[in-house]
Write a protein that binds this ligand. Structure first.
Ligand code: GLN
Length: 270
């Protein structure tokens, strides 16, 4: 069958584990319907970003990534990609921090956020590099009972799911080490249809046995939130690209396929 749908997926390649994501994307795409032709590209500038239908922001160091993005003129285009054009975007670890509307344990002036997920994340929740760990996770959205091994490396957790209507900056203004992403509106009704007005969907939690205490959290009893989805955005605290399991990449690409097909159909009848 000749491919009928070309979809370009970018991986932000300013810093961090981008080549691992590209590897797993290629592998995962092999078991997807053949009418889609996938193109996977590294994104380092605005031109490459403009070619993308969807994007992964990898793990690495969110402070460095936001600084480099700003210097290379990519920060605002990234915000537009995620929040104005509402294209599917997945952030892993540092990438999830950048997609959060609020993050704490940040240096004022040292880091900027893209936003897109109505959550507040706590950076480096589990401590330093030496406190990294891997653990089997129960991720029901994958549709099978096989646990997924999550690698947590100086990983963040979602400490708070924000009410969708609350402007993040108003909430964050109160605390010294918390920063917020600037708010933006979808460009048109098609983009708006991908901006989920509903709440953040919690897709995965750490087992309760992995609870490390911190005051003021709203998810202590059930286990820490480590995977969330809202509208066009997905965030995972851990690194699925560091293992060999392609299930999350495949699941995400299936979602990308649906969204891109839906968007192109809407554009045709406009
Ligand atoms: N601690 C890093 C940060 O704050 C994230 C670590 C990672 O992506 N593995 O950006």
């Amino acid at each position: 069958m000749t491919p009928e749908l070309l979809i370009t997926v970018g991986v932000l390649a300013l810093q961090g584990a981008f080549s691992e994501h590209l590897q797993l994307l290629k592998q995962a795409s092999q078991s997807l319907p053949k009418y889609v032709q996938w193109k996977f590209i590294e994104v380092r500038d605005v031109k490459a970003l403009s070619l993308c239908d969807a994007l992964i922001i990898p793990g690495g160091e969110s402070t460095t990534m936001s600084l480099v993005a700003e210097r290379s003129g990519l920060l605002e285009p990234l915000r537009e990609f995620v929040k104005v054009y509402r294209k599917p975007t997945w952030g892993t670890c540092a990438g999830m921090i950048l997609l959060a509307e609020e993050a704490n344990r940040t240096k004022k002036g040292g880091q900027e956020l893209i936003g897109g997920l109505d959550v507040r994340v706590r950076r480096n929740h589990f401590g330093s590099q030496t406190e990294s760990f891997s653990t089997p996770l129960d991720l029901p959205f994958l549709g099978d009972k096989e646990p997924f091994y999550g690698y947590f490396i100086r990983a963040p957790v979602v400490e708070h799911v924000l009410p969708p209507t609350t402007p993040a900056s108003a909430l964050a203004a109160n605390t010294a080490d918390t920063i917020a992403a600037p708010s933006k509106k979808p460009i048109d009704e098609i983009a708006a249809s991908f901006a989920s007005p509903d709440e953040v969907r919690v897709l995965g939690r750490l087992p309760v046995s992995k609870l490390t205490t911190a005051p003021g959290d709203d998810n202590m009893a059930e286990g820490r939130i480590v995977a969330v989805e809202q509208g066009n955005c997905l965030g995972t605290s851990f690194h699925p690209e560091l293992g060999r399991d392609v299930r999350i990449h495949k699941w995400w690409l299936e979602g990308v396929m649906d969204k891109v097909e839906r968007k192109r159909a809407m554009e045709r009848v406009r």
